[in-house]
Every structure is written in structure tokens, then in C-alpha cells.
Design a binder for this molecule. Structure first.
Ligand code: SF4
Ligand code: SF4
Length: 67
């Protein structure tokens, strides 16, 4: 099963990964990291197809995709 995770501390909340996802399963967390940013999260891991479009869109390499 594919799994997308965001390193909350590396994420700056730019939101570029959100429209990049063809499955529309990324959103901003209600929580904030230590820098005060609402970080991105995947809210439906089962729908992730491991296409890596979120990964390549992230300028901070905060996203990890596992298969
Ligand atoms: S790997 Fe693809 S489907 Fe999975 S969260 Fe990223 S953009 Fe969405
Ligand atoms: S593209 Fe990267 S830095 Fe921007 S919100 Fe997504 S995970 Fe965070």
C-alpha cells in the first residue's frame, strides 16, 4: 500500500503539494509546527497511488512516498 508522509518540521506550509495531487487527498493540518506553519498532511492514505507528484512539487523535500 502506498503511503505519503510529510515531515512536519521541514514543511513551510507553502501549499504547492495540495493542487499537485490528482487524488485531492492533501490538506493543511489544523496543527502547526515549531515555526508556526500549518503543515501539509495526507488525509486518505488508502487513496494514494504513489504517483510522487506531491513529492516533486515540494521545494523543501518534506514529503516521503513509500510503496
Ligand atoms: S503520491 Fe500522488 S496520490 Fe499520493 S499524495 Fe502524493 S500526489 Fe497524491
Ligand atoms: S509543498 Fe512541501 S513545504 Fe509546501 S506545503 Fe507541501 S509539504 Fe509543505
Amino acid at each position: 500500500m502506498a503511503r505519503m508522509t510529510v515531515d512536519a518540521e521541514m514543511c513551510k506550509g507553502c501549499g504547492l503539494c495540495i493542487p499537485a495531487c490528482p487524488k485531492e487527498i492533501i490538506r493543511f493540518s489544523k496543527k502547526i509546527n515549531s515555526k508556526g506553519y500549518h503543515y501539509a498532511e495526507c488525509f486518505d492514505q488508502e487513496s494514494c497511488i504513489a504517483c510522487k507528484l506531491c513529492y516533486v512539487s515540494c521545494p523543501d523535500v518534506a514529503i516521503t512516498i513509500e510503496k
